[in-house]
Design a protein around this ligand. Sequence first.
Ligand code: FSO
Ligand code: SF4
Length: 572
Amino acid sequence: MFCFQCEQTQDGTGCTTVGVCGKTPLVAGLQDLTMHSLKGLAAWALAARAAGVPDDAEVNNFINGSVFATLTNVNFDDARFVEMLHHADKLQARLAAAVRAKGGAPPTLHSTAELGWAASGLPHPAAWSVPEGASARDLEKLSRKAGVDLRRRELGPTLGGLQECLAYGIKGVAAYTHHAFMLGASDAGQNAAIQEALAFLASPQARDVGAVLDKLLWLGGVNLKTMQMLSDAHASRFGAPTPTEVPLTVRPGPCILVSGHDMADMEALLKATEGKGINIYTHGEMLPAHAYPKLKAHKHLAGHFGTAWQQQKREFALFPGPILATTNCVLEPPKSYKDRLFTTNEAGLGGVKHIGDGKDYGPLIAKALECEGFNAENMPEVEGAAHFTTGFGHQAILAVADQVIDAIKTGKLEHIFLIGGCDGAEKSRKYYSQLGSSLPASTMILTLGCAKYRINHLDFGNLPGTGLPRLLDMGQCNDAYGAIVVASELAKAFGCGVNDLPLSLDLSWFEQKAVAVLLTLLHLGIKNIRLGPKLPAFLTPEALGVLIERYNIQPASLDAPEEDLKRMMANK
Ligand code: FSO
Ligand code: SF4
């Protein structure tokens, strides 16, 4: 296997024997093959659209969901990928028949020589299908011909890495599009754009470094629209988030813990458990659920348990009830809680119960009633803060925009820091806690994503001379659109560009949703972004050089957060 799609990749170069995430070579191969197959399905979907075949909602959602399944820490279940590969073939045959019926043109089946992967034995993805009777192991063997490493060797590390960067950006956009779909929002243009980007990767145009760079920035624009769609979908379905203190204490009684990002599941589970005496707790990225008026109206949405995704093995083991993983980030569970874990949507783990599209939460509820639940003996001691605060979405921040603008004009507010993105297991991520805890009192901090857990237990108080809290949690990584709205509105108020605001972005990335958000920021022309803890392994020094030259992206100064602080305060 070879995979280097996330920040924690082995030795900063690539996972080759087993993933640091726990991904096996079998699953890694099946994921590579899934991506290969989806490039072909996307090419057929484009051909169908061009031929005037009506948009096929099943194809669109299947592509988005299956791409999402290959994102880091989403799905480790080989059987699910084998199913996806077969289903992709079925959908491809259906589209091909529809194109033929309309007299349309099929996708151009470029040779592997034209694509620059001559050593690959696999034909163009639009002409490839699962060989009859192939087992998961057979498919893994085949996948070696479609693997990242082979393509990179043939295309060269810079072009190969940039193509992968585009593939990872697509994974992020597809994930966000799928999240929006689960909330009832979709857009034909967005689906077509994802398919265009996938098909581009199986075209000779992708052999041109300049064309891939252009496509990366274009995809950042596509993601901006996706994130807006997702933000609107959350607000219209659950109401705009409002600032909310979320208890870290627990209530006695049966309990369910919900992780991941999917608020539609949260709402459905709250309804399904209404009046059953079961308390619902959030974990990791689900914390912002407490800020949505329609979700917090359910009195048994009781509080938050634990911290960020990488702590799940320790924290899930301590939770005396079942756990529902709605999306990333899941890890292979130890025995201590495997029988209490349930996945749904694109999340998947071999041997773990999966709640399918029918959304029957019955077995999860039965498990909650059967488990010990919280009682006087196992109530956790909460050390430090008794609550986390969340719910400062762009709507809440813009409601006090006049006060923020006044604080900047009067010098009470010198600088705003956005500390956003992902958390992760590496020790070097303490940089974000060190930076956060050393920020001067005249600064405000916006947080997004699970990176918040590096600092949200600290008491930042209010900005002196104002009633404004210094730490404003804007929500999940899925809510990054809100930060863009706030920055754009402040820039408008000051008649300047976002790069001229007293605002710095210090981003901690981990997986491919973060790649999509980064592309959006580059699309918007945002400069001087700090990125850490490590820079992407898939970008060579040459490719990084282009980003540094154009956007002054800077690696986080892990050993000297105070240096970063000084430079960021000076807008550098
Ligand atoms: Fe973080 Fe990634 Fe969203 Fe995970 S972006 S690491 S738990 O996906 O969730 O903030
Ligand atoms: Fe390694 Fe990350 Fe790929 Fe997992 S997703 S195999 S940790 S690079």
